[in-house]
Structures are given as structure tokens and as C-alpha cells.
Design a protein around this ligand. Structure first.
Ligand code: TRP
Length: 341
């Protein structure tokens, strides 16, 4: 028992509560969180990265709403705190402590090379705050605090994982083995879902055209309408090919929710028009999203239960991460206060 427990790999991931959760978040990340939590090879721990969201100015009432909504939606997608604690990052002060420590082991030059920083400082040119710059140290702390082996992330976070590994190795080379060097991994079956209106861009809640993005809270009718309006091409043939971005995206979504291969989809829709295909994709997505939305509506009404879930998860996260903080601080040379028995 002891032994098999030891062999389990630790999985950590987090998502920002910066707005409504989209079909892209679900197919690209959350569905995989659930799969990993149910895999006996892994011990999973998940977080809502609310500290990360204040690198961009937030309206307080909207931020509160977003945190609760995202928490309820992640649970509705199937994350079960009895299998994988799911906590709110700011509830565990160790994240802020570790971020400060790691800031002092991360070079200005390294942070300057982060493409996300360059992108975001262009997008928010009026608020290029220090937090936006040191965001990768906070994220590195999230991961290293739990001695994570595996960190499932989207491709856009790869550079941050590389930095996490570099900083952890640097710290270990000075003080000995304090941090596990984590591995990022982009799950093979996670899909990068593109906008239904501008299929060369990632599906995003900030899409100028609301029809481009499916929200996990969209009703069945709205989902069907958005798929029927999805941008395609003039070839009128359901096949996966370069340049057919709209159809490729619809095929990727359809494959993700039905488990069919591209060849099977091409065969099934041979001789049929785009109208039939769009309807089929819409119906398949509705079949997946509708039960999640209904669960979400139940959870969001039950604030007491949500509160109990995040409180219990935070207690667990604090307990586990305190070991790493204590170890790192002792190695650095801090004197720790006497602990209450
Ligand atoms: N930065 C990630 C994103 O925007 C979210 C995140 C924060 C994260 N901390 C993390 C992901 C730790 C993995 C591990 O998508």
C-alpha cells in the first residue's frame, strides 16, 4: 500500500477565473483534468489561479462572481474534490510566499524573454505592472510547492514550464534537492479549439463576435445557432485539409466529443453538405455540454457546498505546501518560528 502510494505521480494544474469557461477550456484542459483524476497512476491537485488574474485590472464584483462561477463550472465538468482537491490559490498564502522567494532566484533577463509578457504588455500598455512581469515566478511556485511531476498545460504555457524547471534546478544546485523538477505536458488528446467565426484564432471569450465562442453556460438553442453560423469555405466537402480552417476546427470539435477519427467523419459525411455537418456537430456538443450546464446550475445555487469544497481543498493544499516552504526557507537561511503543537 505504502509502496504503490509512493509511485503515484503528482499532477498539478490551474486555470484562471478570468471569465466564463468556454468549450475551448473544457476540451483543451478541464476534460483532461477529470481523466487524470480518475487515473490510479496519479495524485491530482487543481487550483483556481485567482492571484494570477490581478495582473490585469479586475472589477471587484465581477471578480467575485467569476471566481465562484468558475469554481462551480470546474466541478460541474467533473472535477471531484474527494479525488482531486480543487482549491482557490489565494486561500493558500504559501503561493505568495513562494512567489517572492522564487523572484529572488529568477533573472530579469529570463522574465524579459517570456512571450506572454511581451504580448500582454502590448495589450495592456497602460498597466504594465511588476506582477505582469513576475507572473512566471508565481506560476513556478504553484507547481514547485506540491513537488509536482506532471503539469498538464496548453501549448501557450510551455515557456513558463521551461522557466519553472530552470529556476528549480538553479535553486537545487545551490541548496540541494528541495524541488522536484516538473515536466510539462500537453495532452495528446486535448484539442485546441478555434473561434467559430475566425477559425485562425483560438476560441476566446474576448472574441469580438460572440458567435465565435461557445460558453459552457450557453443554452442548447444558442449552441445550435452558433454552430449553424460557423464560418466554413466554398468547397462544400467535409474533409480535413490545409486552408479549410473552419471545417478543420468543426472536425476537431466533432472528433473530440464523439471519439470518431477524421477518416470516419469524412466517410459519414461523404456526399452530405455543410448544413448537415454543422447540425451534427452542434447536436454532439449539446449532448456533452447540456448535462454539465445542468450540474453547474445546481452547484451555483448551493453556495454552502461550494464553500465547503474549496475550504477543505485549501486546508489540504496548505498542509502539503507548507512542507516545501519550510524546507526551502530553512535551506536559504531563514529562522522559522516555533510551531504550535
Ligand atoms: N498561467 C496559466 C494559464 O493562464 C494558469 C496557471 C497558473 C497554471 N498557475 C499554474 C497552469 C500552474 C499550470 C500550473 O493558463
Amino acid at each position: 500500500m505504502e509502496n504503490t502510494e509512493k509511485k503515484k505521480q503528482i499532477v498539478f494544474s490551474a486555470i484562471q477565473p478570468s471569465g466564463t469557461i468556454t468549450l475551448g477550456n473544457y476540451l483543451g484542459a478541464l476534460r483532461n483534468w477529470v481523466k487524470m483524476q480518475d487515473n490510479p497512476d496519479y495524485n491530482c491537485l487543481y487550483a483556481l489561479a485567482d492571484l494570477h488574474t490581478i495582473t490585469v485590472r479586475q472589477e471587484p464584483a465581477a471578480m467575485r462572481r467569476n471566481i465562484i462561477d468558475a469554481y462551480a463550472m470546474v466541478m460541474a465538468c467533473g472535477v471531484d474534490v474527494d479525488k482531486a482537491p480543487f482549491f482557490i490559490q489565494s486561500h493558500n498564502p504559501n503561493h505568495s510566499i513562494m512567489a517572492w522567494i522564487l523572484n529572488c532566484y529568477t533573472q530579469f533577463g529570463e522574465l524579459s524573454r517570456m512571450t506572454q509578457f511581451k504580448d500582454k504588455s502590448q495589450k495592456h500598455a497602460d498597466n504594465i505592472n511588476a506582477g505582469l512581469f513576475t507572473y512566471p515566478s508565481l506560476m513556478a511556485g504553484d507547481i514547485l510547492l506540491y513537488q509536482a511531476d506532471k503539469v498538464p498545460v496548453g501549448a501557450d504555457q510551455k515557456q513558463h514550464i521551461e522557466l519553472t524547471r530552470d529556476v528549480a534546478a538553479r535553486f537545487n544546485s545551490i541548496y540541494g534537492n528541495v524541488f522536484k523538477i516538473p515536466e510539462g505536458f500537453i495532452p495528446k488528446d486535448s484539442s485546441r479549439v478555434m473561434s467559430l467565426q475566425t477559425p485562425t484564432n483560438k476560441m476566446s471569450k474576448s472574441d469580438e463576435n460572440a458567435n465565435g465562442c461557445i460558453m459552457m453556460t450557453d443554452t442548447d438553442d444558442v449552441i445550435m445557432k452558433k454552430f449553424k453560423r460557423a464560418v466554413t469555405d466554398s468547397e462544400m466537402k467535409v474533409r480535413y485539409a490545409e486552408g479549410k480552417d473552419g471545417i478543420n476546427n468543426l472536425m476537431a470539435i466533432y472528433a473530440a466529443v464523439t471519439g470518431l477519427s477524421y477518416e470516419e467523419i469524412e466517410r459519414d459525411f461523404d456526399g452530405k453538405g455543410y448544413g448537415d455537418f454543422k447540425t451534427a456537430v452542434g447536436e454532439a456538443v449539446v449532448a456533452e455540454v447540456s448535462p454539465i450546464r445542468k450540474r453547474y446550475e445546481e452547484y451555483i445555487k448551493d453556495k454552502k457546498y461550494i464553500e465547503e469544497c474549496y475550504t477543505r481543498s485549501a486546508e489540504f493544499a496548505i498542509r502539503i505546501s507548507s512542507r516545501t516552504v519550510d524546507k526551502a526557507m530553512k535551506k536559504i537561511g531563514f529562522i522559522l518560528p516555533k510551531k504550535d503543537q
